[in-house]
Design a protein around this ligand. Structure first.
Ligand SMILES: Nc1ncnc2c1ncn2[C@@H]1O[C@H](COP(=O)(O)OP(=O)(O)O)[C@@H](O)[C@H]1O
Ligand SMILES: CC(=O)OP(=O)(O)O
Ligand SMILES: [Mg+2]
Length: 416
C-alpha cells in the first residue's frame, strides 16, 4: 500500500489524514484543536471504526508542537508511520497568489513564496508555513507537496476575476479575484459530473458534459460559492482574500468598503478592523456562536439575534445562487457540501424554498435522510419515459473530501 500523509493547518487547528489515494481509504486521521490557547486537545482515529479513537488534552503552543503530538499519537496508538508506505506529505495551502496554480513540490523557495503571501491570507497562510517547516524537519526523508486552494480558480474568466479598480493599482498590487476552497469545489463538481443521476440526465437530453451548469455551495466554517460550467470555474464568491462573499462562521462576507474607512476614522486601527472582519463577525458576531449547531439551538429557543443571523445567512445564499444562475444562463445542479452543507437540512431547504422560479425543488424525506453518500435531494420527477433518473435541475448533497483530493495530487507529483 502507498499512502500520503495530508496536513491541513488551520488558524487554530491541525487536521491530518493518512490516505491511500488508490482506494480512497482513510487509514487514520484526526485533529489537534485550540492550538495556542491555554487548553488544547487532540483526537486521533487509528482506523475507520469509532473504537480506535484516542483523545489527548494538552496545551499545544504552536503548529510545530501540534505536529509533534500527532507523530507521538501515531507511535502510541498506531498505525506505525514507518510501516504505512508513506510516499509523500501533502499540505493544504490556502493562498497561492498568482505564483502557484498547480500542486508544487516544496523547497526553500516555495516556503519563502508562501510566507510572502501571508498578508493576503492572515488567518490561514501563517499556519501553513509553520506546518510545512516543521513537517520538512520531522519527515525530512519524504517529498512534500503543497496543494493550493486558489489553484482551481486560476482560469476564472477575466470579467469575473477583475475588480473595477484603477488598472495601475491592481497591476502593481496583484489585486484580482483569486477564489478559495478550490480543492473542494473541484472535487465536488467532478463528483457531480460523474454521478449516475447526472450522467443519465445528460444522456437522456442528448447533452455533453461540457454544457453542465453547476453551482456548488461549500458551507463550512469558511464558506464559498462557485459557478462551474462543464468542469471549469466561471465565478466564485471569495475574492482577493477569503473574506468576500457568503456569511461565514467568523467572517461577514460581502461588505461596503466604506464601513472600513468609517471604523478607522472612528478610531479603530487597521489591525482592529482586520481582527473584527476575520475573527469577530459572521455568525459569531451576529449571534455569539460561530458553530451552526449552536446558532440553531439558540434560534430554536427564540433568541432574536440567532434568528436574524440565520436569515442573513440564507438571504446571502439565495442571492448568490440567483446571481450564478444569471452568470451560467440557468442551473442544472445545485450542490451543498462541507460541515453545514452536508449536515444541516434546514439550511438546504431554506435556500431552495424560494428558488422555485429556477426549477429547484427539495424532497423533504430525501433532504432529511442521513447519509455519507453523494445523493439527490430534489423531487424525483422522471428524466424521460421509462427512466429512473430524476429530471434536471437537481439539488444534491455531496460530501467533500479535500484530504483525498490533496493526497491524489501529491502522489501524482511525488511519483513523477
Ligand atoms: N450537524 C451539523 N449541523 C449543522 N452544522 C454543522 C453540523 N456539523 C458541523 N456543522 C458546521 O460545520 C462547521 C465545520 O465545517 P467544516 O467543513 O469542517 O469546516 P472547516 O473545514 O472550515 O473547519 C462547524 O463550524 C459547524 O458550523
Ligand atoms: C479559505 C477558507 O476560508 O478556509 P477555511 O474554510 O478552512 O477557513
Ligand atoms: Mg474546510
Amino acid at each position: 500500500m502507498a499512502t500520503v500523509l495530508v496536513l491541513n493547518s488551520g488558524s487554530s487547528s491541525l487536521k491530518y489524514q493518512l490516505v491511500d489515494p488508490a482506494s480512497g481509504r482513510s487509514v487514520a486521521g484526526g485533529i489537534v484543536e485550540r492550538i495556542g490557547e491555554p487548553t488544547g486537545s487532540a483526537t486521533h482515529q487509528s482506523g475507520e471504526s469509532e473504537t480506535g479513537e484516542t483523545v489527548r488534552d494538552a496545551r499545544v503552543p504552536d503548529h510545530g508542537a501540534a505536529l509533534r503530538l500527532v507523530l507521538d499519537l501515531f507511535d502510541e496508538a498506531g498505525p506505525s508511520l514507518a510501516d504505512a508506505g508513506i510516499t509523500a506529505v501533502g499540505h493544504r495551502v490556502v493562498h497561492g497568489g498568482a505564483v502557484f496554480t498547480e500542486p508544487t513540490l516544496v523547497d526553500d523557495d516555495v516556503v519563502a513564496a508562501v510566507r510572502d503571501l501571508i498578508p493576503l491570507a492572515p488567518l490561514h497562510n501563517p499556519a501553513a508555513v509553520e506546518g510545512i517547516e516543521v513537517a520538512r524537519e520531522l519527515l525530512a526523508h519524504l517529498p512534500h507537496v503543497a496543494v493550493f486552494d486558489t489553484a482551481f480558480f486560476a482560469p476564472l474568466p477575466a470579467a469575473a476575476a477583475t475588480y473595477a479598480l484603477d488598472r495601475e493599482v491592481t497591476a502593481e498590487h496583484g489585486i484580482r479575484r483569486y477564489g478559495f476552497h478550490g480543492t473542494s469545489h473541484e472535487f465536488v463538481s467532478s463528483a457531480v459530473t460523474a454521478h449516475p443521476a447526472v450522467v443519465a440526465n445528460l444522456t437522456a437530453e442528448g447533452r455533453r458534459p461540457e454544457s453542465l451548469r453547476q453551482v456548488v455551495l461549500h458551507l463550512g466554517n469558511g464558506a464559498s460559492a462557485s459557478a462551474v460550467l462543464g468542469g471549469r470555474p466561471v465565478d466564485t464568491s471569495m475574492g482577493f482574500t477569503p473574506l468576500e462573499g457568503l456569511v461565514m462562521g467568523t467572517r461577514p462576507g460581502d461588505l461596503d468598503p466604506g464601513i472600513v474607512f468609517h471604523l478607522i476614522r472612528a478610531g479603530l486601527s487597521p489591525s482592529d478592523v482586520d481582527t473584527l472582519l476575520n475573527k469577530r463577525s459572521g455568525l459569531l458576531g451576529m449571534a455569539g456562536a460561530n458553530d451552526m449547531r449552536e446558532v440553531r439551538k439558540l434560534a430554536d429557543t427564540g433568541d432574536a439575534d440567532a434568528r436574524l443571523a440565520l436569515e442573513v445567512y440564507l438571504h446571502r445564499l439565495r442571492k448568490y445562487v440567483g446571481a450564478y444562475a444569471a452568470v451560467l444562463g440557468g442551473i442544472d445542479v445545485l450542490t451543498f457540501t462541507a460541515g453545514v452543507g452536508e449536515n444541516d437540512h434546514r439550511i438546504r431547504s431554506g435556500v431552495v424554498r424560494d428558488l422555485k422560479f429556477l426549477g429547484l425543488t427539495i424532497d423533504p424525506a430525501a433532504n432529511e435522510a442521513r447519509s455519507d453518500e453523494a445523493r439527490v435531494v430534489s423531487v424525483r420527477e422522471q428524466a424521460a419515459p421509462g427512466s429512473t433518473a430524476a429530471a434536471l435541475p437537481l439539488v444534491m448533497v455531496v460530501p467533500t473530501n479535500e484530504e483525498l483530493a490533496i493526497a491524489r495530487q501529491a502522489m501524482e507529483l511525488a511519483e513523477g
